[in-house]
Design a protein around this ligand. Structure first.
Ligand code: ARG
Length: 261
């Protein structure tokens, strides 16, 4: 995770960002800290990346890389405003003994890649349409040695895969079908017949931008409908308030880069 010390909405690169709307920086910091404490309280280890001035979106740490089995596939951001973030993530992985694969294709890390270790022996789901280039899906498959399933995103509000789909545990997902093309919806139905299906309200509340650890599902408090659906499916929803970071177009998952050593 990376503290929102320099967080602000200074430019608009997704439909949620409005540079004229006020952001409460202090509240953003408190909400982020609460998220960090929640994850630690659930027994997870949180490593921190040093925030850098001039990189207001650096708080969305999920976009810096995608890791599977000790290999980090690096990011190459779609917009120049965020390009410099990649180097900070790269330094983190190289300093921590990971194998780091330099990307040649545009991709925004865990924003557009999800990993299901228990589905079909280890499956990568990958989104394209707004940020990550389809060629990055093939590159990720070569680098990580796991099958990659390409999914086309069609709604600009859900511009990253992690705004429309989430891994709940090792083998199951939650997703909002209308964020995907008809063919991609069919693929998801075929692969995950038992998925938790979210509606538009859940998705608009950033409910799918969640972190699941197999049992607990940490998600945006505004997504109360999805929280009930998850509870009915046997998960334990853990709601957190992240109203300020939502103004940048992200929530829980965007703030967390999951490490799969
Ligand atoms: N303002 C950031 C952007 O548009 C938000 C990134 C959200 N991150 C995510 N993993 N969906 O790039």
């Amino acid at each position: 995770m990376c503290a929102p010390e320099h967080f602000t909405v200074a430019y608009a690169i997704n439909p949620w960002m409005d540079p004229t709307a006020p952001v409460d920086a202090e509240l953003a910091g408190k909400q982020w800290e609460r998220l960090r404490e929640t994850l630690v309280g659930l027994g997870h280890t949180v490593h921190l990346l040093a925030p850098q001035p001039g990189l207001p979106d650096m708080v969305y740490a999920a976009n810096g890389a995608f890791t599977v089995d000790g290999v980090a596939y690096g990011s190459r951001f779609a917009y120049p405003q965020r390009a410099a973030e990649a180097a900070a993530h790269r330094a983190f992985y190289l300093g921590g003994g990971w194998r780091y694969a330099e990307p040649t294709s545009t991709n925004e890390g865990e924003g557009d890649f999800a990993y299901l270790p228990g589905a079909h022996g280890g499956l990568i789901l990958a989104g394209y349409g707004f940020r990550t280039a389809p060629s990055a899906h093939a590159e990720a498959q070569e680098v990580l040695g796991r099958p990659v399933v390409s999914l086309r995103l069609i709604d600009p509000r859900f511009y990253h895969l992690d705004t429309a789909l989430a891994a709940l545990d090792d083998g199951n997902i939650a997703y909002y079908p209308d964020a995907f093309s008809a063919s991609s919806r069919r693929v998801l139905r075929q692969l995950f017949p038992d998925a938790v299906v979210a509606d538009e309200e859940d998705a608009r509340a950033f409910g799918l931008n969640l972190v699941g650890d197999g049992r607990h599902v940490v998600l945006n408090a505004e997504a109360s409908g999805l929280a009930s659906r998850l509870a009915a499916a046997g998960y334990s929803p853990v709601p957190v308030e992240l109203s300020e970071l939502k103004k940048g177009g992200g929530s829980v998952k965007c703030c967390v880069a999951e490490l799969r050593p």
